[in-house]
Write a protein that binds this ligand. Structure first.
Ligand code: TYD
Ligand code: MG
Length: 455
């Protein structure tokens, strides 16, 4: 048995410290350090428990790149177009994909669907669950497409048993749901602790590489830090996918945070329905059709990964009874709202100091790019004055500088093309955005062309 020592490990980022600190010195999160025994190899160079598990795997020898067959990189289509695109063209055999997301967001549903599609197309698959019973998995699969019922399922939490089953199953694609429930029997740490999830992930990685099985490892992300978040595994795996969305809303977004086999610029949009997750291919059309065009409503031509997406940004400005008025945001970074409010007050003559401000990106999608600034400013100004935007329906985009200037943002042509495709003319945009836009250099100008004149 290996000796163990006690260390404090951050459950968010994996930072290790001999002493306890209230704030992690690695990622600056509060109260995330937990004491854990850590396995160390015995003096004399014996093995760690993980090494013991994978000792029986075939030994690999270094090979020249030219010796490696190209066919090894043939990708497997998951049968879900949006997922294939985010993966960079499908699953790569032998790769380890980490699928992270909050509990209940739809990770099990998505992975069940993937295996179902693969089974229908004649591929061998395996679904390992440490969370649900086989009956529960069957109940879910019944709601999905018929292929989902053909997937072989194993309910197991012991790492060694999982590894040997995967190795003997000759599955081409395997899902482990979730990494936090699988436990290495020789480690005393609780399942889901940083040490455990690291051991599990690295053992699965070695197995995937040696057998050529593509493994999707499901991981719950939690803010509270009682379970080790997928962030501690990011450096280990080939690809990190993040599944996001709000529980009460149907839209779910899949993003690649890391991808050794493709771009991290892709995002896929899904909708949770009765029969599982449906790809949303006409998101812009839906959001534009739903836009109210009432005071406080603005259409933003945003970039969602490499794609242009039209979304409605709504704002409400109401007088507040609180000493510190509320700033409530959904779908946008709250610091960005604070910045835009300050710029509006200083350079746009729109002061919201004594009012509650609510901002929402309709549909539950998240916009994480600088082009959102102008839409935020126009929505808030329109809400504050209680008047809708001028003239024909149009989109806008642009970043606001601290001196009130409007700054160029990436891919104006894609944003414009998307706006034109959905019947919106003449987007309000920063200088240099090209033909078909109303180019404005400052916030003041943008307000002037977008809102009716003040009396
Ligand atoms: P689940 O995939 O179990 O989430 P996770 O594995 O990320 O924890 O699914 C979560 C929710 O999805 C659950 O509350 C029920 C809902 N759901 C549907 O709305 N339609 C469906 O067809 C399925 C299978 C699930
Ligand atoms: Mg699940």
């Amino acid at each position: 048995m290996a000796r163990s020592r006690l260390v404090h490990i951050c459950t968010q980022c994996g930072y290790e410290s001999m002493q306890w600190h209230g704030q992690c010195q690695g990622c600056e999160a509060w109260n995330t350090l937990e004491v854990e025994p850590t396995a160390v190899p015995r003096a004399g160079g014996a093995t760690t428990p993980t090494m013991a598990v994978i000792r029986n795997l075939p030994v690999s020898r270094p090979r020249a790149l030219s010796e490696i067959q190209e066919s090894n990189l043939k990708r497997l289509s998951t049968g879900i177009g949006e997922l294939d695109r985010v993966l960079g063209g499908g699953l790569v055999p032998g790769s380890l994909v980490l699928l992270g997301g909050a509990p209940g967001i739809g990770k099990s549903t998505l992975t069940n669907m993937v295996l179902g599609h693969l089974e229908s197309n004649g591929h061998r698959t395996l679904y390992v669950s440490g969370e649900e019973s086989a009956e529960q998995i069957r109940l879910r699969a019944q709601r999905l497409e018929p292929g989902a019922m053909q997937v072989p399922v194993m309910t197991e939490t012991d790492l060694q048993a999982v590894l040997s089953t995967i190795a003997s199953s000759s599955a081409e694609v395997c899902v482990i749901d979730s990494v936090q429930t699988i436990k290495h029997a020789e480690l005393t740490n609780a399942a889901g602790s940083v040490t455990q999830v690291r051991e599990v992930a690295s053992a699965v990685m070695s197995l995937a590489k040696s057998t050529g099985t593509a493994v999707i490892l499901v991981g719950h992300s939690t803010k509270e830090g009682t379970l080790a978040g997928p962030r501690v595994l990011e450096h280990l795996v080939d690809c990190v996918l993040q599944f996001e969305g709000q529980h009460e809303r149907p839209y779910r977004e899949l993003r690649a945070l890391k991808n050794r086999f493709g771009s991290t610029n892709e995002a896929g949009l899904f909708e949770m329905r009765q029969g599982g997750l449906i790809e949303v291919l006409d998101a812009s059309a839906r959001f534009v059709a739903e836009a109210t065009r009432a005071p406080g409503s603005v259409v933003l031509a945003a970039m969602d990964g490499a794609r242009a997406l039209l979304v409605e940004v709504q704002a409400l400005v109401a007088s507040s009874e609180l000493d510190r008025p509320r700033r409530v945001v959904s779908g946008i970074d709250r610091n960005r709202l604070a910045l835009v409010l300050a710029i509006l007050a200083r350079h746009g003559g729109v002061s919201t100091g004594a009012a509650d401000v609510f901002v929402n990106v309709v549909g539950g999608v998240r916009v994480d790019e600088p082009g959102v600034d102008l839409a935020l400013a126009l929505a808030i100004a329109s809400a504050a004055r209680g008047v809708p935007l001028n003239g024909a329906p149009r989109a806008c985009f642009g970043e606001l500088g601290l001196t009130g200037e409007l700054r160029w943002v990436g891919h104006p042509e894609r944003r414009l093309a998307e706006a034109t495709k959905h019947g919106l003319e003449q987007a309000v945009a920063p200088p240099g955005s090209g033909k078909g836009t109303v180019e404005v250099g400052t916030l003041r100008e943008a307000l002037k062309v977008s809102l009716p004149p003040l009396h």
